[in-house]
Design a protein around this ligand. Structure first.
Ligand SMILES: Cc1cc2nc3c(=O)[nH]c(=O)nc-3n(C[C@H](O)[C@H](O)[C@H](O)COP(=O)(O)O)c2cc1C
Length: 406
């Protein structure tokens, strides 16, 4: 006689009902499988669909340690069908935080709360990664809702009384992002070496926490973006100035070291493909005036040569007077340009992607391999299942939530 039991997830740290197949997997065989629900394999790791949670700072960490807020926030996505989750910008050194309550991975005690979140996601059959970051010259600032309290036009800098470290902020050069931000110190060779060691220690902690992939943050005006852009890097040594090769040198050195320290699992890099500053990327004399898509294509090619598995293509954040023509999918053309230039590299598109049909068209037409969503997933953590519904596909909800869908 057959017996029916509520099968547990094998080897999980608590009892959880097993989802077979995992939540967010495509089920229906009658129709053509939508591109968003095709699996993706990167460095031998299988992702069950192409909908990824974009990293989102929560400004809610306890001296860099994840809390139950993070478990609930990230856990909510893990139970609702996304293909992968990238945890927020997580600083590899304390002075690399954007705001005082940012996530950190500079000390061993920060590993355990992350491991708890990773274990939960794994028990729900969802891949989880972490964005390793250094905020560079945009460090020591207020969390957004604190800044709102300070009012329009107020300084963004978190002072020492506000738990900030404005005198311990670093960048490629001593150029502030704006007069409302701290003035950074130009990093010395020794400080660059120390930061490389901090990234390697962080990778070791990621391994212990059990993360499936790592994303290095080289976008939004933070340290690595500020190194590659001629607007923020005016060094006169081999790590800066006009030659692109010099400006890329430090970020590429860190990527290379991280790749070697994290050889078996996927490594992503998030870049900004444009500074969105006024004027051209390069003038007629061939001088690079700002960071843009032409240099991004070259940078991406170098990242691929180093063994990066996916470039997550964002834009902006390095020029205080940027003007961004915001509309649905406004950054997708950058992802498409990178994909055209490097067809064998996986590329992620992000930015005002909210409509399932549009998202499907980006992946189906080959403009990007995956879509990253942030704000739409805040509004609707069940977006992947709604998208499946809109695309006429049957996708697995969590056992516990099936009655809401079927
Ligand atoms: C609350 C919030 C926090 C964010 N934190 C990060 C972050 O930690 N790292 C990062 O690369 N981008 C961060 N971003 C940017 C998003 O990942 C995403 O690129 C951006 O919001 C555009 O996508 P969307 O239109 O789907 O929101 C954040 C965005 C939001 C809304």
């Amino acid at each position: 006689m057959s017996s029916y039991i509520n099968t547990p997830v094998p080897d999980a740290h608590q009892y959880f009902p097993l989802n077979e197949p995992p939540i967010g997997s495509y089920l229906s065989l009658e129709r053509e499988r939508p591109a968003l629900f095709q699996t993706l394999v990167l460095r031998g790791m299988k992702f069950k669909n192409r909908i990824f949670v974009s990293p989102m700072c929560q400004y809610s960490s306890d001296n860099g340690h994840a809390t139950d807020w993070h478990l609930v926030h990230i856990g909510g996505f893990a139970t609702r069908g996304v293909g992968a989750i990238c945890m927020e910008a997580t600083a590899v050194v304390p002075e690399g935080r954007i705001a005082p309550e940012d996530a950190g991975i500079w000390t061993d005690t920060q590993t355990e709360p992350l491991r708890r979140i990773v274990d939960f996601c794994h028990a729900q059959g969802t891949k989880i990664g972490i964005q390793l970051a250094h905020a560079g010259r945009k460090a020591s600032t207020h969390a957004p809702w604190v800044q709102n309290k300070a009012g329009r036009g107020a300084s963004h800098t978190a002072s020492e009384q506000e738990n900030g470290w404005p005198d311990n902020v670093y960048g490629p050069s001593n150029l502030a992002f704006s007069d409302k931000y701290p003035t950074p110190k130009a990093m010395t060779g020794q400080e660059m070496n120390d930061l490389e060691s901090a990234f390697l220690s962080a990778i070791n902690r990621c391994e212990r926490a059990g993360f499936d992939f790592i994303e290095l943050h080289a976008a939004h005006g933070y340290l690595f973006h500020s190194f590659v852009s001629p607007l923020s890097n005016v060094r006169d040594d081999e790590y800066g100035g006009q030659p692109l090769e010099n400006r890329m040198r430090f970020p590429l050195r860190i990527v290379d070291a991280c790749r070697k320290a994290w050889p078996d699992k996927p490594l992503f890099v998030r870049i900004s493909a444009s500074d969105w500053a006024e004027g051209p990327e390069q003038d007629e004399a061939g001088t690079w005036k700002q960071w843009g898509i032409e240099q991004s294509k070259i940078f991406t090619g170098e990242l691929q040569k180093l063994g990066v598995d996916l470039v997550d293509c964002s834009s902006g954040g390095n020029w205080a007077k940027q003007t961004i023509p915001l509309k649905h999918g406004y950054q997708v053309h950058f992802a498409e340009a990178l994909k055209r230039a490097h067809p064998t590299l996986a590329v992620g598109a992000v930015g005002l992607i909210t409509d399932p049909l549009e998202a499907e068209s980006y992946v189906k037409s080959g403009k990007a391999d995956v879509v990253f969503l942030a704000r739409e997933l805040i509004r609707n953590p069940h977006w992947a299942l709604h998208a499946a519904h809109k695309l006429g596909a049957k996708v697995k909800p969590a056992n516990q939530y099936e009655r809401g869908w079927w």
